[in-house]
Design a protein. Structure first.
Length: 115
């Protein structure tokens, strides 16, 4: 199974971006999917996750601004990012965890927010 993240780019403060993560297999069997990010010099942090039951969890720093969703027909995970701030600048990674298996990671997509 491979994950392909896309949608990153350069955006001004207050702008929006929508990230996509296409999975090479059905996402119906995935327990948890999520987005993570890593800024320069910082640890990778969890941004948003969604379980197979549809439960979502967001980092405090993105609550009310970011929204995670998925499309089963397209086997794709999304992250809608609104009201972007400089602090959101990072490489964003998608991840998928199947039951009993190590988490699988996508290659990352760069998001840069400028003033």
């Amino acid at each position: 199974v491979q994950l392909q993240a896309s949608g990153g780019g350069l955006v001004h403060t207050g702008g929006s971006l929508k990230l996509s993560c296409e999975v090479s297999a059905s996402i119906g069997d995935i327990n948890v999917m999520g987005w993570y990010r890593q800024a320069p010099g910082k640890r990778r942090e969890e941004v948003a996750t969604i379980t197979s039951q549809g439960r979502t969890i967001y980092a405090d720093s993105v609550k009310g601004r970011f929204s995670v969703s998925r499309d089963y027909a397209k086997n794709t995970l999304y992250l809608q990012m609104n009201s972007l701030a400089f602090e959101d600048t990072a490489v964003y990674y998608c991840a998928a965890t199947y039951s009993g298996q190590p988490t699988k990671w996508g290659q990352g997509t760069q998001v840069t927010v400028s003033s």
